[in-house]
Structures are given as C-alpha cells and as structure tokens.
Design a protein around this ligand. Structure first.
Ligand code: DP6
Length: 334
C-alpha cells in the first residue's frame, strides 16, 4: 500500500548547532534545546513543503528513493535508511521500498529541505508500515534523518528538547499557527547548495572556543523565547532570534576548520535590517547558508518585502507565515 505525507520546512529561532558528544553521533542528539518556526510559503507555487510517497512491497528487489527526480545514493540514502530501517524493524516487515519525494521550492535555492524532507518521510513510513506511534515518537524518529526534522513534525512554533537518549530527544508544539502573529520574509541573496553541509558542520562545532558559552546560554534562550511567545512579546522573540543566529555563526566561523556560511551581502542585509528598526520592527536570522530570514509582524511583511525587493543584491523574496503540522495525504506521487 502506498502512503504519502506533506511536511513544511522550519527556520530555527533558537539554533541547533553541534551534536552531543556523550551520545552515539548517529542518534543526532543535539548539544542544546532549540526552537523553530514551521513555515508556510504565502505564494501559490511555493508553500515551502515536501511531498513524499513511499510503498513497501515484495515486488521491489531493492530500496530506492528519489528527490525531485534524482536517485539518492551514498550519505543521502544512508540518512533515509536511518529513519526507515528502525521503523521496519518495529513493524516486523522486511519488504523493500520505493520512495519518491518532491520539494515545492528549488532545492538549489539554498533553503533548508532536510527538515521537511525527513518529517514527510517519517510520517509516510509510519503510515506505510501500518504502525501506530505518538507524535512524540514520530518526532524522535524524524530526528534520526535530520535533527531539524524533529521540529517540522509540528506546526506553529516548536520546542525541541535536546534530551539524553533517543526517546527523550523530541519536539513538541509551543503554540499553533494561529496563536502567534509572525512572518518571515526570506531574502535569497545567493542561490546554490552550501559548500559544507550542516551534517558535517555539526561535527566540528565543539572545536570552537565559543561553543561551550553558546551551549550554556542556549537553554536560557529557548526557555525565554518560549515565554515571550506565550506572552505575545514579539520584540523579545525577535531579539533572541537575532542573538541566537549571531552566536551560532560565531561558533561556525571560529571552528576548526572555520565555516563561513555568510556571503558579503548577508552582512549588508543584516545591517539593513538593524537600520530599519525601530520604525519597521524586524530581526534577522540566518541558518547554515547565506540567505536571511527577516522576522516581522504579519502586518509589516509586505512593506518589508517591498524594501527587500528593491535592494539590488536580493535575488528573490518569499513571504512565509506559520504552517500547520506534517500530515498524511491521499495524493500519491506514483
Ligand atoms: C543551522 O537539521 O540540517 O539549520 O541533523 O545534519 O540534518 P542534520 O542537520 P540540520 O541542522 C540544522 C542547522 C540549522 C539550525 C537549526 O535548524 O536549528
């Protein structure tokens, strides 16, 4: 039987960077708690989602997976199997699978796709194998493929506990998509895949002399941002998001080998965002790439987008609101 699922990508407001060094690295247990915003693209053709179909059957002689029509091999396929294999064991099924996955945003645009990809894969696999798991358990299994996918299981604003085992490292929802008013205007300033994947970067975070300080402060940032979300304090949410992004990039830049995800125009844009305040309240957050998520209240999103569209080094903008959680769909890709 075929099973399909849809999941949205997310931007971390309090960042995950670096895995716990006291646990098996393949478990993807992070060194800190983190908080993410699950994103819904507000244009008809870019909703910032991944749609995945999987089928387990004895007609397949081997496991196969494609993303946007390209067969996954090597590390990419290994990550798919990290999610599917333990679930196959739980189900007691040994059938091979065919998996097909599509992003509705260009993978080359430098927007994270592993979060939505592994969230959709996990939901579809659990359904396809006919097993019944709680959202907490699904979030933990999604984490095995990609850390940030643990958060994309849920909609709205989401808290991922670092935990200290496979079972205790999972995400839960802080509030639903209609319970906090925030938009992200995503400014694409440089397209293309990153030179060093997050998967590799997470391994060297501990080599930065500033990693320990970031780890120590992250838990407080995560707790404080949750409180600010629940009391509708956008200014604190924005300030902590910008701070967490800066601290993560300091760790990246001071790791061995150093990682510079910023493009020179990333810094120009961060400075522009700071200059727009306080008349237009917005904050900059940058993941492991050069593009900037400009966080604002929804009523300011289109004015902010206009400014960014008129900025000569911004190639493209996407306005995103808060998305719902990942879910099954009856629409199959094959
Ligand atoms: C900078 O979740 O992509 O986006 O676990 O290797 O898939 P893997 O890493 P990933 O790392 C996300 C890093 C980040 C910050 C964040 O999303 O918290």
């Amino acid at each position: 039987m075929k099973s399909s699922a849809i999941a949205h990508s997310n931007i971390a407001l309090v960042k995950y960077w670096g895995r716990s060094r006291t646990h098996d690295p393949s478990l993807n247990i992070p060194s800190t708690d983190s908080v993410g915003m699950t994103k819904l693209g507000e244009s008809d053709d870019i909703r910032l989602l991944t749609h995945t179909t999987i089928e387990f059957s004895d007609v397949y002689e081997q496991d196969s997976a494609t993303l946007d029509g390209v067969f996954l091999t090597g590390r990419a396929m290994e990550r798919v199997l990290k999610v599917v294999n333990p679930l196959r064991t739980i189900a007691g099924i040994s059938h091979r699978f065919k998996m097909m996955s599509r992003n509705d945003f260009p993978t080359q645009a430098g927007l994270a796709s592993s979060a939505s990809g592994f969230a959709a894969l996990t939901i579809a696999t659990v359904d396809g194998l006919g097993i019944s798991l709680s959202k907490r358990e699904i979030s933990a299994f999604a984490r095995l493929g990609s850390g940030s996918a643990a958060r994309s299981i849920h909609g709205g604003l989401v808290y991922w506990y670092k935990g200290d085992s496979h079972e205790t490292s999972f995400a839960r929802q802080i509030c639903g998509p209609t319970e906090f008013d925030m938009s992200a205007v995503i400014a694409i300033i440089h397209k293309g895949r990153k030179e060093v994947t997050s998967d590799v970067g997470h391994k060297s975070a501990h080599t930065s002399p500033f990693d320990r300080a970031r780890v120590n402060i992250s838990r407080k940032q995560a707790k404080d941002i949750e409180k600010a979300i629940l009391t509708d304090d956008f200014s604190v949410v924005g300030r902590i998001s910008e701070e967490s992004s800066r601290y993560m990039h300091v760790v990246m830049m001071t790791s061995d080998p150093p990682l510079f995800y910023w493009h020179p125009n990333t810094l120009r844009l961060i400075k522009l965002i700071q200059k727009l305040r306080p008349s237009l309240e917005c904050y900059a957050s940058v993941d492991a790439g050069p593009n900037v998520h400009c966080l604002c209240r929804p009523e300011d999103a289109y004015e902010l987008r206009k400014i960014l569209d008129e900025t000569d080094y911004v190639n493209m903008t996407i306005v995103a609101g808060l998305a719902g959680g990942s879910h099954k769909t009856g629409e199959h890709l094959f």
